[in-house]
Design a protein around this ligand. Sequence first.
Ligand code: C2E
Ligand code: CA
Ligand code: CA
Length: 590
Amino acid sequence: MTHKEKAEQLLKHQYHCSQALFGAFAEDFDIDLKTAFKISTCFGGGMRQGGLCGCITGSLLVLGMAMGFYDAQDKELEIYGNKKTDEFIRRFTQQMNGLTNCRQILGRDISKPHEMAAIRQEGLILQHCPHAINISIDILESMLADYLKDIAETSIDLKDIPDNEHLRGALRNISKLHDFRKNVNNLIYASSKNIGFIQFDISKFKIVNDLYGEKFGDQVLEFIIEQLKIICQKDQFFVNLRGDIFMVVTEYDKEEDLVDFIRQIDSRIRCFKEVNLRLSYGVYSASDKTMELRQMEDRATMARRAAKKNILTNILFYKEQFKDSLYNRKFIEENMQAAISQRQFMMYLQPKYSITMERIVGAEALVRWHHPERGMIYPDNFIPIIEENGFIKKVDYYIWAEACRFIKRCLDAGLTPCPVSVNVSRVHLRDDACIGVLLDMINSSGIPKWLLELEITETADDQQISKKALQLKEEGFTLLMDDFGSGYSSLNILLETPFDVIKLDKKFIENMMVSAKGKLILEQVISMANKLDLGLLAEGVETEEQIALLKSIGCDHVQGYYYAKPMPEDEFFALLQKDGSRSSEAVRLL
Ligand code: C2E
Ligand code: CA
Ligand code: CA
C-alpha cells in the first residue's frame, strides 16, 4: 500500500490528518500504528489551539524521524533540521495557496467542541483534508528521496523507481544508521585507542544476483548481518549502509590487530552456500579524532573503491591520493549537465575493416568529452560514474543522434552506405524508453534501420536484458554482442538473445593467441559462430601477426589500431570518400 492509500484509509476510519499522515509512515520507522497515533495525538493537541493544519505537524514528525532530528546533541543535524522544516512549510504553503490554518481549510474552529461536532456531521474532514494530505505526502516523498540521495554515496534517482518500496526500505535503514553513528561518536569520544573504520562490499554483487537470483542475493546479505552480529563484541559496531555495502567500526591497538579482525570477518562471510564471494575492504584509521564522522566514513569509502580495483589484495588502508578519485567523481557529477548543453561530448568514429577486401565495412561510434579546461576526457574515466547515476542515458541519446546524423550525411553525399554501431549501456535495457527513442531517431533522420547497429555488452544471464534485446531485435535492429570472451561469457546468452554479430574482446584474442590450446579455442569459437550464422568481428587488433592468424582461421572483420584509431567525424568522412572510390557496394557484417 502506498503512503497515500494508507493515509486515506486512516482518514476514513476517523483519524485526524496528523494521525493519518504520521500513521502512513509508521511502518517505515518500525513503529506500530498505536504508538504512531499516541505521538501524533500529543502533537495534535498543541496544534488545535493554534489552528495550524495537522498535516504540517504530522509531516514535520515524519521528517524528524527520517532525518534523525531527535538527537538533541547533534548540532549539525539541528541546523539541517531547521532548514528542512522551513523548506517543507514553504512548499506546503505555496501548494495550498497560502492556506496553512485548519480554520481556513475547514471553515470551522476545531478547538471548539460544538464546531467539531458540526465538522463531523457535515463530513468536512473527508471533503477537505485529503487534498492537504496528498500535497504533504508528495512533498515528503520528494524531500526524503533527495535526502536519501544525499546520504547514499551514489546519486541514483529515486524518482525513477516506480514504487515507493525502495524509499520505504531505505527509510527503515536510516534509523539504524542514526543509531550506528551515535554509537560510533560515543566510542570516538570515550576511547583512548585507535579507531578503525572498515567498509566492505561484495565484488560483482550484481552478477551474483543475476546468476543466482535476487532471493539468493538477499540471503547473502542476511547471512552477512547474522555473522557480523556474532563477530562484533561490545564497542564494535556495524551497519548495512545500502545494498551490499557494510561498515564496521572498532577500536584497536596495532594495525596487525585490525587486519586480523578483518581477516576474521572475511573468513566467516566469504563463502555462502558454497558460493565464493570476493569482498573488498577499505580501512580508515581515525588518528585525528576531531574530524567529522562523515569525513571518516568517506575515507573508508575511497579506500574500499580502491580495494575493489586492486588485484593483489582485498584490504586497503586509506591514502591521501584516493581523494583524487573522489574529486574526479565530483568533477564529473558537477560538470556533466553543462557538458551536454554546451555540446562538449563528441562522437568519434573507429573504422571496421575487412581483411580480405582491404576496405572499410563500418564504424563504431565512441564518445569523447572535450572539456574546455581539462582537455580530452576518455570514456573509461567517466562512463562508469555516469552509468551509476543514470546520466549515461542522455550521453548515449546524444551519440545515437549524432550517429544517425552522420549516416544521413554519408547517404546525402552519395557515399557507399556505411553501417555505424553505437554502444547501448545496460542502463537502457532496464527501462522502456530506449526502443521508442531509437525508433524516433531513425524516423526523423530518415535513414534505413539496418545502418544503425547496436552494441550490447555481454554479461551474466539476465532475463530482463535478454527480453529487451529480443524486443530490439523484433523491431528490426542489428545487435552486436560487445566484449565477447571478457569476464562472464556464458554461451547461454547466445541461446536466449538473438545477436547478429559477436565482437571478440581484445583481451580474449590476446590471451588466446599465446598458446596452441588458446588458438584452438579461438578457432572453435569462430567455427561455432560460422555454424550459427553469426557475424564476427575482432576488436583491438594491433599487430600484423594477429591479422595473419585471424585471416587464417576465418575471422575477416576487424577493428583496431592496426588499421585506425577512433577519429573525429570529418576525418572518417574523408577516409570513406577515399575508400568509396574503390568500391560502391555496402558490406553487411552478417
Ligand atoms: P568498447 O565498446 O569495447 O570500445 C572499444 C574500445 O577499445 C574503445 O575505447 C577503442 O578506442 C578501444 N580500441 C579500439 N581499438 C583498439 C586497439 O587496437 N588497441 C587498444 N588498446 N584499444 C583499442 P574507448 O573509446 O576509450 O571506449 C572505452 C569504452 O567506453 C568502450 O569500450 C565502451 O564500453 C565505452 N563507451 C565508449 N563510448 C561510449 C558511448 O557512446 N556509450 C556507451 N554506453 N559506452 C561507450
Ligand atoms: Ca563497443
Ligand atoms: Ca568492446
